[in-house]
Design a protein around this ligand. Structure first.
Ligand SMILES: Cc1ncc(COP(=O)(O)O)c(C=O)c1O
Length: 437
């Protein structure tokens, strides 16, 4: 079967298993797959795992990182705070530089802590400070529910309400992606009424990668604070948070960062807020200046930068897997990963176009710079049949995930997925979609 041109520099003359194998043979990042545990079914058959947008796979190095802390705890007890191989007192600091590299920030602008929604609330305490004039929040219409709950509860906390103070922007009728110009227009229309804009890096349902720089620019130009939810963007796309100038960003680490279920999340606070004494915050002792933290004095004086938003001391056993994962990202290099990712997703798109053209609508934008690795597929059957198609796909060993009523999300991730995985997935889908129940 003839294919088309792939992303720049990669041709797909044949959309065959053999061509996929040939791409794998030329892939300099292919050896990283062996650094992960690949899931298998009860019969021992290896699964094709395209679900890194939901929960990333376990690095083989993860147990070693956790065991190190358990051993140091066994051996040292409380002395581990200072004498552990990686002293616990500054454990979270080990994640700062690699996280900063992934999000395009200074190490002092990022901190590994809590989980995404908790961090979002902490950021809203500081950056959503409505008054009688400026009290509206703009979010996307299909925002992840937890984000919406957080925003609405914060509005209510300030005596405001969603009906009057929440603006939700979606795609135009008949379209799937949100247009940048539409968001800019609404930001400019709301102007001085807008207190906060919360934007996704990559939209969780459609896989659309938002064009953040003009949106952040427009929001800041009208005086609104800007926050980002990077759950689906970190470890997936290239980010330049410092230069883009958002006020804050939050993320989780269990998706593309492969740090395990419920892993420690992260937070970015732009340097311009590093030493702003007027910013209110919910304080805790781990945000207290390190030189005086153990003086146990009554007055809070925060650490400069993102670390000053910490509340509690870091959970060592659940931060250990994050360090294991970040070491893999350091060696693989995010730019190289993104380059491979563009090719993998392009291959997925071309195979879908070729093998299941009239059965599936890809609702993710076609252009590489408007998406990360995930493609969201609308299965063009009745909702019940569409769901059964996903069940047959899973039973046949291909793991994506399902969003009602008819969306299948598949995310080939460049660290552990191959072109052969992508070929097998679409080949299996083409059978699953044709089989009658
Ligand atoms: C886009 C997005 N935002 C927020 C969350 C909530 O994350 P957490 O449970 O870590 O607060 C998720 C979880 O999957 C998500 O996908």
């Amino acid at each position: 079967m003839r294919g088309g041109d792939g992303a720049a520099g990669l041709k797909y003359p044949e959309l065959t298993a053999g061509a996929a194998l040939a791409h794998d043979a030329r892939d300099p990042l292919a050896p990283f797959a062996a650094e992960f545990h690949q899931p298998f079914d009860p019969t021992g058959r290896k699964l094709v795992y395209l679900c890194g947008h939901s929960l990333g796979l376990q690095p083989r190095s993860t147990p070693g990182y956790i065991e190190q802390e358990l051993a140091d705890w066994r051996r040292l007890g409380v002395r581990g705070h200072h004498d552990a191989t990686r002293p616990w007192i500054g454990y979270h600091e080990l994640a700062a530089a690699p996280l900063a590299g992934l999000v395009g920030a200074a190490a002092t602008e990022v901190v590994a802590m809590n989980s995404l929604t908790v961090n979002l609330h902490l950021m809203l305490v500081s950056f959503f400070r409505p008054d009688s004039q400026r009290n509206r929040v703009l979010i996307e219409q299909s925002a992840f529910p937890s984000d919406r709950y957080a925003i609405v509860s914060q509005l209510e906390f300030h005596g405001l309400n969603a009906a009057q103070h929440l603006i939700e922007i979606g795609p135009r009728a008949g379209e799937r992606a949100v247009r940048t110009e539409d968001v800019v227009e609404i930001i400019e229309r709301e102007g001085a009424r807008l207190a906060l804009v919360l934007l996704p890096g990559v939209q969780y349902l459609t896989g659309q990668r938002w064009n953040l720089p003009p949106l952040i620019g427009a929001a800041r130009a009208v005086g609104a604070a800007v926050g980002l939810d990077l759950a689906h963007a970190i470890g997936n796309t290239l980010l330049s948070l410092h230069d883009w100038n958002a006020d804050f960003a939050v993320w989780c680490s269990y998706k593309y960062l492969n740090a395990g279920p419920g892993a420690v999340g992260g937070c970015f606070v732009h340097e311009r807020h590093a030493r702003d004494p007027r910013l209110p915050r919910f304080a805790g002792w781990w945000g207290q200046r390190k030189a005086t933290r153990f003086d146990m004095g009554p007055d809070f004086s925060p650490i400069d930068g993102a670390e000053g938003w910490q509340i509690s001391n870091p959970p060592i056993l659940s931060t250990a897997p994050l360090l294991a994962s970040l070491d893999i990202f350091r060696r693989a290099d995010m730019r190289r990963l993104r380059e491979k990712s563009i090719h993998l997703t392009q291959f997925l798109q071309l195979l879908i176009d070729a093998l299941v053209p009239d059965k599936v609508e890809v609702i993710t934008p076609r252009k590489s710079d408007e998406r990360g690795c995930q493609l969201s597929l609308r299965i063009k059957r009745s909702p019940g049949e569409a769901r059964r198609c996903h069940e047959r796909l899973s039973a046949a060993g291909v793991i994506g995930d399902w969003r009602e009523p008819d969306i299948l999300r598949l995310a080939p991730t460049p660290l552990y997925n191959s072109f052969s995985d992508v070929f097998t997935a679409v080949d299996t889908l083409s059978v699953a979609i044709r089989s009658e129940p």
